[in-house]
Design a protein around this ligand. Structure first.
Ligand code: WT7
Length: 656
C-alpha cells in the first residue's frame, strides 16, 4: 500500500523529447486525441479502416463487429486470412533478405535468419506436421526452449490452421499434463533439453512423464528438437526428430485460409479458482491488435532492432516476439538465456552487440539488475537505444528513474504497458511521441480502447478513488472464450454483479489522477504476481493439500523488493504442528513438492505451520489476517469475527 501512496504523489512529468517527436509515428497529443475521437465517432469504422490497412486478407470482410450474442463478440467474421502469410509471405517480395531474427543462445553463440529462410523453415515444418496427418483445428502443445524453433513451430501451426498452446518450459510434468488433457492435443513439440544460465534442464523426459499419466490418448506424435544432443528414451511410432520430420520437405507450403474468428491459439493462465484457464484468441482481431500496438506504442520503424525479452511461453512472447514484430517485418533479437549469465551485464552487452533500438522487459528484471550493478549499463555502448518498455506489473518510480536515466541515458521514452493474457495486446500505454510520462503510471488507453475505473454499480469513480478496471466496449484483440468453458468465461470477465455484465472486467484495481492518468493498484482477486507472472493462490493451495502430509493450506502474497511479490504458505499438517529442525525439513520438502507439482515459479518463499488457520465462525479462512502476518506487521484489523484468535500468535513466527 505504501508504494501506491508514494505513486499517488508522483509529481515528475516527462514530456516527449523533440528528437523523439520529430520521427514519431504519432507525434503530438492532438494526433493521439484525433485517433481517439475517430474511434468514438464511428467505432466499427475506426477498426475496419485499420484492419484493411494492416492485414492482408484472402477474402475481405464485410461485417466488422457482431455483438448480437454478448459477451461472445465476433470481429471481421466473414473475412479470411492466414496469420503466417501475414507474418512471412508478405515480406518475400519486398525484403526477403532482411534479417528477421538475430538469435543469441545461452552460451553466447549468435545465428541469424532472414525472412526468406524463416519462411522456408516454417513451410518445411508445416509440411512435416501435415505428413503426420495433423489438420486445421487440431491442437498442438509446444514445450520448447526460447529458440528460433519455438517461433517456427508456432508459425507453422498458424500456417495450417492448427491451434497451438505453448506451455512455458519451466512448468512441471503435472502442469504440462493438465494442459495437454484440457486442450485434447494431438501432438507435443519439445526438445531434448533446454539450457539456461549454463545449466541443462530436461524437457523430453518431462513430456514422457506427462504422457504417462491418464487422459493423454489424444497425443499421437511427439516431435523432438535435438538441442543439446543428449540421449533421450524414444518411443517408436510416437516420437520423431525435428530433423527427420523436416528433411526432404518442400520449402513452400500453401497457407490454409482460415476464418477471421478461427482460434489462433490458446494460452493457459491462472485465475482465482484451481484450474488454469485456456484463454482462446482469434486470428484477425488478435493480429490487428498486435500490429497497431507495434505502431503506436513501440513506434515501430523498419530500421529498428527490436528486442522483447519475454519467453514465448507467455503472452508477451506471443504478441511481441512471434507475431507482432514478424507481421511488421521487423528485425528482432531472440535470446535464449537469463539476464545474469555469464554476468549481470548480459542484457546491456546484447543491446550493444546487436545495436538494439527498442528494448522491452519486466520490472522484476530491472530491479534485479539494479541490485547487481547500478552503474553496470554505463560500461556498455547503449547509444543505439531509442525506446524502452516495461510490462508485467506496476513499475516502481525508483526503478523507472534508473531505467530512464541509466539505461536510456535520459533520451528514451519508457512505455509502461498495461495489458493481460486476455487482452492480447497493449491496452493502456503511452503513445511515446504524444503523451507526457509519469513514472509508475501506464498513462492513457490506446485509441479505441474504452478503459475506465468503475464502482460496483458500474459508475465511473471520482478521480483519485480506486475502483475496478474495466474496458467498456469490445475490442478486436480480446479473449473470445475460455477453451471448452464458455460459462466460466462469462462469469469471470463479464460478471453480472459489476456493471450488470456489460463490461470486460480485467481483475485489477486502478485509479486515475487529476490529469486522468491511470495507475494500476493490483489484483482484486486471489491472483498473485510473482516476477511478472500470474499465479492463482488456489492453484498453489491445491498442490500443497495434495501432499500426503498436509491437511490444510492457505497461500498469500508478500511484497518483495525484486520479485514484486513472493508466496507465503500457511500450513496445517495432518500430524501435529512441527517445530525447529523438523519444521524446516518439512517446509523444504513442501517447497520442492510445489516445484514438482507446478514449477519453480510457484515455489513458496516461506512456509509457516500452525495447529489451525485463522477462520471465521462459518469456517472461512481470513486471508487478510494472513497477509498482515506474512508481512510481519501487527494486526490492527478487526478480529471480532475470528473463531480462534490464539492462532495468530502461533502463525506470527517464520521458521528458519
Ligand atoms: C496482469 C496480467 C501482459 C503481459 C504480462 C502479464 C499485471 C501487467 C502491467 C503494467 C501494472 C501490470 C496486471 C494484469 N500487469 N502489466 N504495465 N502495470 N500491472 O500478463 O500474466 O496475463 O498478467 O499483470 O495485474 O492484470 P498476465
Amino acid at each position: 500500500m505504501s508504494t501506491i501512496k508514494s505513486m499517488l504523489h508522483e509529481a515528475r512529468v516527462f514530456p516527449p523529447l523533440p528528437e523523439f517527436v520529430e520521427q514519431a509515428n504519432l507525434a503530438s497529443m492532438e494526433a493521439y486525441q484525433a485517433l481517439c475521437a475517430e474511434a468514438k465517432k464511428d467505432y466499427p469504422g475506426f477498426w475496419s479502416k485499420l484492419a484493411q490497412k494492416h492485414i492482408l486478407w484472402h477474402k475481405p470482410f464485410t461485417s466488422v463487429l457482431n455483438d448480437s450474442d454478448p459477451p461472445f463478440y465476433k470481429w471481421f467474421e466473414d473475412g479470411e486470412l492466414n496469420i503466417s502469410y501475414n507474418c512471412l509471405d508478405r515480406h518475400l517480395t519486398s525484403q526477403p533478405d532482411k534479417l528477421a531474427i538475430i538469435f543469441e543462445a545461452d552460451d553466447g553463440k549468435v545465428s541469424r535468419c532472414t525472412y526468406r529462410e524463416l519462411y522456408q523453415r516454417v513451410c518445411q515444418f508445416a509440411n512435416g506436421l501435415k505428413a503426420l496427418n495433423i489438420r486445421k483445428g487440431d491442437r498442438i502443445i509446444i514445450y520448447l526452449p526460447m529458440r528460433i524453433e519455438a517461433i517456427i513451430a508456432m508459425q507453422a501451426c498458424a500456417r495450417i490452421g492448427v491451434i497451438h498452446s505453448v506451455v512455458f518450459a519451466g512448468f512441471s510434468a503435472k502442469s504440462l499434463h493438465e494442459r495437454i488433457v484440457d486442450a485434447g492435443a494431438v501432438a507435443v513439440i519439445t526438445a531434448d533439453e533446454q539450457t539456461r544460465g549454463g545449466k541443462h534442464y530436461p524437457l523430453k523426459a518431462t513430456v514422457d512423464e506427462a504422457l504417462s499419466m491418464n487422459g493423454t490418448d489424444s497425443v499421437k506424435s511427439v516431435i523432438v528438437y535435438q538441442h543439446t544432443g543428449m540421449d533421450t528414451p524414444w518411443q517408436a511410432g510416437r516420437d520423431i526428430g525435428w530433423h527427420e520430420l523436416t528433411q526432404n520437405k518442400q520449402t513452400d507450403c500453401e497457407p490454409e485460409w482460415i476464418n477471421a474468428e478461427h482460434p489462433l491459439f490458446t494460452l493457459y493462465t491462472s485465475g482465482s479458482t484451481g484450474k488454469p484457464k485456456g484463454v482462446q484468441h482469434s486470428s484477425a482481431g488478435y493480429l490487428l491488435g498486435v500490429m497497431v500496438s507495434m505502431q503506436w506504442v513501440f513506434d515501430y520503424k523498419p530500421t529498428d532492432i527490436f528486442w522483447c525479452t519475454a519467453d514465448v511461453g507467455w503472452i508477451t512472447g506471443h504478441s511481441y516476439v512471434t507475431y507482432g514484430p514478424l507481421a511488421m517485418g521487423a528485425t528482432q533479437v531472440v535470446f535464449e538465456g537469463v539476464p545474469t549469465y555469464p554476468d549481470a551485464g548480459r542484457f546491456w552487452k546484447i543491446i550493444q552487440d546487436h545495436k538494439v533500438t527498442t528494448f522491452y522487459t519486466a520490472p522484476t528484471a530491472i530491479r534485479s539488475l539494479i541490485k547487481l550493478g547500478v552503474d553496470l549499463p554505463g560500461q556498455y555502448d547503449l547509444s543505439s537505444l531509442r525506446l524502452l518498455g516495461s510490462v508485467g506489473e506496476p513499475i516502481n518510480p525508483e526503478a523507472w528513474m534508473w531505467y530512464y536515466n541509466v539505461v536510456g541515458q535520459s533520451r528514451c521514452p519508457i512505455v509502461d504497458t498495461w495489458w493481460q493474457t486476455e487482452t492480447g495486446c497493449h491496452m493502456i500505454a503511452p503513445v511515446p511521441g504524444a503523451v507526457p510520462l509519469k513514472p509508475g503510471s501506464c498513462t492513457f488507453p490506446l485509441p479505441g480502447i474504452s478503459a475506465a475505473v468503475i464502482d460496483e454499480a458500474g459508475h465511473e469513480v471520482e478521480q483519485g478513488k480506486g475502483g475496478f478496471l474495466v474496458i467498456k466496449q469490445p475490442f478486436p484483440s480480446q479473449i473470445r472464450t475460455l477453451w471448452r468453458d464458455p460459462e466460466r468465461f462469462k462469469k469471470t470477465y463479464f460478471p453480472q454483479d459489476i456493471g450488470e455484465g456489460h463490461f470486460y472486467l480485467a481483475g485489477d484495481s486502478a485509479h486515475r489522477d487529476n490529469d486522468g492518468y491511470f495507475w494500476i493498484m493490483g489484483r482484486i482477486d486471489d491472483v498473485l504476481n510473482v516476477s511478472g507472472h500470474r499465479l492463482g493462490t488456489m492453484e498453489i493451495e491445491s498442490a500443497l493439500v495434495a501432499n500426503p502430509l498436509v491437511a490444510e493450506a492457505a497461500v498469500v502474497g508478500k511484497p518483495h523488493e525484486i520479485k514484486g511479490e513472493v508466496i507465503v504458505a500457511f500450513i496445517v499438517l495432518k500430524e501435529k504442528c512441527p517445530h525447529g529442525e523438523q519444521a524446516s525439513k518439512i517446509a523444504n520438502s513442501l517447497r520442492e513438492w510445489v516445484v514438482h507439482e507446478i514449477g519453480p515459479i510457484a515455489k513458496p518463499e516461506e512456509i509457516r505451520f500452525g495447529d489451525n488457520l485463522p477462520k471465521t465462525r462459518s469456517g472461512k479462512i481470513m486471508r487478510r489476517l494472513l497477509r498482515t502476518l506474512a508481512r510481519g506487521e501487527e494486526i490492527t484489523q478487526d478480529t471480532s469475527t475470528l473463531e480462534n484468535p490464539a492462532i495468530l500468535d502461533q502463525l506470527k513466527q517464520p521458521i528458519l
